[in-house]
Design a protein around this ligand. Structure first.
Ligand code: DC
Length: 236
């Protein structure tokens, strides 16, 4: 397994690393780890969908009514900070980094994410963040549709997965010891909606390398993705 020593080789300008996969597959920790090892920016697109959902709930919008969500999709002012060591997210100037991880947002984010107007708005913001970062060394972007829709030309694409039980155990531990069975049921329900929606469903993008993280440590997965980046850099 590759070592996790800091790399001195800064990737070339314009690098985009697309990391997709379901909840609990290790995407966030891997993406942040790869970005900080390689001196890249980091964008968590799931946090943006959560921020949009937080805004909808606070505005009293019925999140189960796609027309109501669509009508207000352009109102929330979502700003993402892309430092992998301290990513931030604000909505209308309010820091929502903690609030977007609450149960209310987690329970409502899949239907909000399925609304095409929401996806169009966030796609615009994601492409802006990517364009800005690619003039500054590059960026690791994580989500569900990064390699397929947001950055289909990304030179490095990884699709992370893990057994549902492992994913639930990781998520429950992150949430401070929530019930593992309930966490597994909740993430499987979200998988079904995220994979089955009409617009930009969770899929393994063309050209993506599949990494099943079930039996790997975080450092090992980071090392595997860094190897993918280095292979692309060596060919450039
Ligand atoms: O990665 P996460 O669990 O924080 O993402 C929250 C939700 O956002 C997830 O259930 C689906 C949605 N999402 C999406 O539809 N497209 C993305 N690129 C990222 C997240």
């Amino acid at each position: 397994m590759p070592s996790n020593a800091p790399s001195s080789d800064r990737p070339s300008v314009g690098l985009v690393v697309a990391i997709d996969g379901p909840s609990g597959s290790g995407k966030s920790s891997t993406s942040r780890g790869v970005a900080s090892r390689l001196g890249l920016r980091y964008l968590d697109t799931g946090a943006m969908y959560r921020a949009m959902t937080w805004w909808m709930l606070r505005a009293g919008v019925d999140v189960q009514d796609p027309a109501a969500v669509a009508a207000r999709a352009d109102e929330a002012r979502i700003v993402s900070g892309t430092d992998p060591l301290g990513p931030t997210i604000t909505v209308d100037g309010v820091d929502v980094g903690v609030a977007i991880r609450g149960e209310d947002v987690t329970g409502a984010v899949s239907p909000v994410s399925a609304v095409p107007e929401v996806r169009a708005r966030l796609l615009e913001l994601q492409r802006e963040a990517i364009a800005e970062a690619t003039t500054d060394g590059g960026i690791v972007v994580e989500g569900r549709d990064i390699g397929s829709v947001v950055a289909p030309d990304a030179p490095v694409k990884a699709y992370l997965s893990a057994d549902p039980a492992a994913r639930a155990a990781r998520r429950a531990a992150e949430e401070g010891g929530s019930d593992v069975a309930a966490t597994e049921a909740s993430l499987l329900a979200r998988d079904t909606i995220d994979s089955g929606r009409a617009v930009s469903p969770l899929v393994m993008a063309d050209g993506a390398v599949h990494i099943d993280t079930t039996h790997y440590t975080l450092d090992e997965v980071i090392g595997l993705v860094v190897e993918l980046v280095e292979a692309v850099e060596a060919r450039a």
